[in-house]
Design a protein around this ligand. Structure first.
Ligand SMILES: [Zn+2]
Length: 673
């Protein structure tokens, strides 16, 4: 057994996908990146895959892979995004972790599926979040996890019991969470954050003779890396860490969010790689916690506070009351909104979850067993229809199968609505709270369709007590803002597919977010298509007849008919990702996704021709489509914006263009129009 000095990296982003569509909407505040995940992936996660460090004095370099030399967890919501949008990072991470000498668990620990405060979850929800996180880990790394990260390190005995029952052997906490310690055969003695010896692992006694191991992060060094400048000098950092061990066996673990290294601290990835290399080569220390724990048997015991977390001094009050712990506050602000927000969502979970379980019980042998196992569907390990077949107490037809899957999706969306970031910041009028309200809305909408239970009035009555610090904004306003722009509509999804098909001469994508489409021509009308739309999560299918007409300029008109209704959509309604593809086909050629080239041509056209509202929608869509807007594209955007606002345009178009104008520094010309 040799001592270990290393880092635990908590890699996490909230789910930014539109929960109806399954795609991440553009976030203007992350400009010139498409969204914050793209930006942080570029600055941080991609940078950490491999870092070039100088080797010796001759200008040579070597590549260091800090992830394989650390301890890390990847929040499943981030991992899901990486897999779809940054496959280079996701594959490198998977490859590096799987290849670790003593197996993936030497490096990576699991995390619950959703970043929810586990002590505040219901017992069943807690078990599901943990089971789904373990399933996600198993599918991605091909092994069972030994450790689990607890979001915000929020913990109580029930949480530890649940992870231990599900096979987890250790977790990582911070010193403020310990109350008493006892050496083998000794008496309990009180400790605090300063007196706790964090160099040894501890056991927590659980029920039925079970125990779980806790490793405590080094508080002051973790703090100095996350919020100070210690990461700027990798040599000094490594030497301080080695000195903390005092030449004895034990652990020095620095715990921080993954974004610390490259996003919050520029070149933090470099400091991390440098420190790890020096710890290993110069100080001859082990740096991966999991590998060290595999050979270390804890003997001391620790008693933890009844309930605690690393970013709240009051247990887990930060996520349900105005306890005073806050990030981003302004003078005179309060967080009286936290309690009613949690009460509203707790109420929804009870009311809707109960109705869903009663219906699921009609189809499944055990609702609880099935929902625990649903994690294998979410991870991609099990096919949805196979999952239903395994758990149904009799053979189900396609409609019943979709119904079961829809009801499981209600539970998933309800759990996503407890993402802790919604309570973390100073005010509910921020993106994080919108995100959880969207998930609540989707859960409610699926529940309404499947069970005819309408809980919106009840939820809104409770949300009315949520008061933003910004004047005139309360929970119902936040609800409308969060939901209106995203509200679920299959006909709109079909219209988008039909428009892309028409513009790209049938080389359009057939999958968009959660939706899959199959199109067939009709006998009599060359511009009409029969479309079968499938929700890939629930396997629910619906059938439509569409017809697309090209209007003048860039515009199209899409007619969507199903058995009951006939709808008409214009280009600007179809969603930025669709508008950008249609416009590329018009401007460059069928099927093109050359957004930058299309922007150039649009800017050129606008100088010569009068604009319609289609051009405003196309400009915004083309600016929102790329993962990163290059300086060349930005120059075209500025030209096109200037040309557009020089023409008579509507108030709606001004509103549409304003966020883009702000992003490229031209807000004055739009706002004074
Ligand atoms: Zn607090």
């Amino acid at each position: 057994m040799s001592p270990v000095a290393g880092f635990h990296l908590h890699l996490y982003q909230p789910p930014r996908e539109d929960p109806w569509l399954g795609l991440v909407a553009n976030e203007w505040s992350a400009w010139p990146y498409h969204d914050w995940n793209e930006r942080i992936a570029a600055e941080c996660y991609r940078a950490m895959v491999a870092v070039a460090l100088p080797l010796g004095e001759n200008g040579e370099t070597e590549l260091v892979e800090p992830l394989t030399r650390s301890s890390l967890d990847v929040g499943p919501t981030l991992h899901y995004w990486l897999e779809r949008h940054s496959p280079d990072v996701e594959r490198a991470l998977g490859y590096q972790v799987r290849r670790a000498a003593s197996g993936p668990s030497a490096v990576a620990i699991a995390a619950p599926l959703v970043h929810a405060i586990l002590p505040l979850a219901s017992a069943k929800d807690r078990d599901r979040l943990i089971a789904w996180g373990i399933a996600d880990y198993a599918r991605r790394f091909g092994a069972s996890p030994l450790g689990m990260w607890l979001p915000e390190t929020a913990v109580d005995l029930a949480t530890l019991e649940s992870i231990a029952r599900q096979g987890i052997r250790y977790t990582i906490l911070m010193p403020t969470q310990a109350v008493r310690v006892r050496e083998p055969g000794g008496d309990w003695r009180p400790v605090d954050a300063h007196s706790l010896d964090t160099s040894r692992p501890y056991l927590v006694q659980l029920g039925e003779g079970r125990t779980i191991t806790v490793v405590f992060g080094h508080a002051s060094l973790s703090q100095r890396v996350a919020f100070g400048d210690l990461i700027d000098d990798g040599t000094e950092l490594a030497d301080i860490m080695a000195r903390e061990l005092h030449d004895r066996d034990g652990v020095v673990l620095l715990v921080a969010d993954g974004e610390t290294y490259g996003h919050h601290h520029r070149f933090g990835d470099l400091g991390l790689a440098w420190a790890l290399r020096r710890l290993q080569r110069h100080h001859k220390l082990e740096t991966t916690l999991g590998a060290w724990l595999a050979t270390t048997e804890p003997t001391w015991e620790v008693e933890l506070a009844l309930v605690s977390a690393w970013s709240c001094a009051h247990g887990v009050e930060r996520w349900r009351s105005d306890c005073g712990c806050v990030t981003g506050e302004q003078p005179g602000w309060h967080q009286g909104w936290r309690a009613p927000l949690r009460e509203a969502l707790d109420w929804l979970r009870e009311a809707l979850g109960g109705a869903v379980d009663a219906e699921l019980a009609r189809h499944l042998r055990s609702v609880d067993d099935a929902l625990l196992d649903y994690g294998r569907v979410l991870s991609g390990e099990a096919e949805p229809h196979e999952f239903v077949t395994i758990h149904a107490h009799r053979p189900l037809d396609a409609d019943e199968t979709s119904r079961v899957l829809e009801l499981c999706e209600v539970h998933r969306n309800l759990l996503y609505s407890f993402t802790s970031c919604a309570w973390f910041f100073a005010d509910p009028a921020e993106i994080e709270t919108s995100i959880v309200l969207r998930y609540a809305a989707v859960a409610m909408e699926i529940g309404f369709r499947a069970l005819d239970v309408d809980l919106e009035a009840g939820l809104l009555e409770r949300l009315a007590k949520v008061r933003s610090n910004r004047p005139g904004i309360e929970g119902r306003t936040l609800w409308r803002r969060a939901c209106d722009a995203y509200r679920f509509d299959e006909a709109l999804v079909v219209a988008g597919f039909a428009a892309e098909l028409f513009a790209s001469k049938d080389s359009a994508r057939t999958v968009r977010g959660f939706w899959r489409m199959k199109a067939e021509p009709t006998d009599d009308d060359p511009d009409a298509r029969r479309i079968v739309l499938t929700n890939t999560l629930t396997l629910r299918q619906s059938h439509y007849l569409t017809r697309v007409e090209r209007l003048g300029g860039l515009g199209v008109e899409v007619h969507v008919n199903d058995a009951d209704s006939s709808r008409r959509f214009v280009l600007g309604e179809l969603g930025n990702d669709v508008v950008a593809r249609v416009a590329c086909s018009w401007l460059i050629g069928p099927g093109s996704e050359n957004y930058e080239g299309a922007l150039d041509l649009l800017a050129a056209q606008l100088l010569e021709q009068p604009a319609s509202s289609d051009e405003a929608a196309v400009l915004v869509a083309l600016a929102s489509a790329p993962r990163y807007v290059t300086p060349i594209a930005e120059a075209s955007i500025r030209r096109a914006l200037t040309a557009l606002v020089g023409q008579p345009i509507s108030k709606t178009d001004i509103d549409l263009l304003t966020p883009l104008a702000r992003a490229v520094g031209l807000s004055e010309i739009v706002e004074t129009n």
